[in-house]
Design a protein around this ligand. Sequence first.
Ligand SMILES: Nc1ncnc2c1ncn2[C@@H]1O[C@H](COP(=O)(O)OP(=O)(O)O)[C@@H](O)[C@H]1O
Ligand SMILES: [Mg+2]
Length: 304
Amino acid sequence: MKKKKIVVLLGGVSAEKNVSLKTGKYVSKSLKKQGYQVKEIKVTSNKNNLIKSLKEFEPDFVFNALHGYFGEDGKVQKILDKLKLKYSHSNSKSSEIAMDKKKTKLIFNKIGVPYPKDILVNSNSFNKKLRKLKFKYPLVIKPVNEGSSLGVKICKSINELKKYKLKKKINYMIEEFIPGRELTVGILNNKALDIIELKTKKNFYDYKSKYTKGMTKYIIPASIPKNIENKCKKYTEKIHKFLKCKGVTRTDFRFDQNKTLGKDLYVLEINTQPGMTPLSLVPKMAKYKGVSFDKLIENIIGED
Ligand SMILES: Nc1ncnc2c1ncn2[C@@H]1O[C@H](COP(=O)(O)OP(=O)(O)O)[C@@H](O)[C@H]1O
Ligand SMILES: [Mg+2]
């Protein structure tokens, strides 16, 4: 049988462009190795060029290796829908909700998944809301629509918070800080994989911890109580299914065994386009289950 023609979308216009270039490179290498006819399309702000390249190549399938704005938020998925092209990962609607940490929390609330309390702020409302803030310090401020820990800041005092530079036209959330440990759980074939605990040398799992070799220790399976493991897996599957996500996703948790704020487990977010380099988390989880990187990629394109 003739092997499929596959387009890999990579790069993009978000702050996570460089991460996507890496994801895309590894995905495309793996697909080529498996005999597929692969075309890499570097996505820029020129949508017409993207559409033109897609039409010219006439792929059987599009592997979306983009992260963040335009690639992970449902926008590129809408273009692919219009072109009637099949693509990897979640559809436009699921992606749009998952990329927005506030919309995701509304879903968490609906389905009974625990999450940290927050308030929304923007550059106009920031000062006014600061005066009325009820959360204790430290607290977290982060953009509602970003990834890779970009823009995430843990503030120990109001003075630190006041120094945070909010960009115009972007929504942020100020969130209670959940002390304790960092866990993450991937999904493959609608089932939770094993849990990874992340132990970073930095004070939180920031951009540097995520992409610098040696900065973070990955412990799989995480050494956590059985009931916490079960809850993590249950919540991860529940969120993935409720949002009708497709292919792989990854859900991030905080685990506070001291229940400082009343609960032991909190979900931070679900990622619909998790990183896919061999050093990324979902490939590590798959490998632990005996699924190689190539098999994982095949699974995502639906050929496995
Ligand atoms: N409420 C919080 N309490 C403690 N740490 C947090 C909190 N929110 C974010 N963090 C830290 O910042 C990292 C990135 O935050 P996250 O909400 O997952 O956004 P991103 O989409 O950038 O990954 C987390 O993995 C965690 O280390
Ligand atoms: Mg995260």
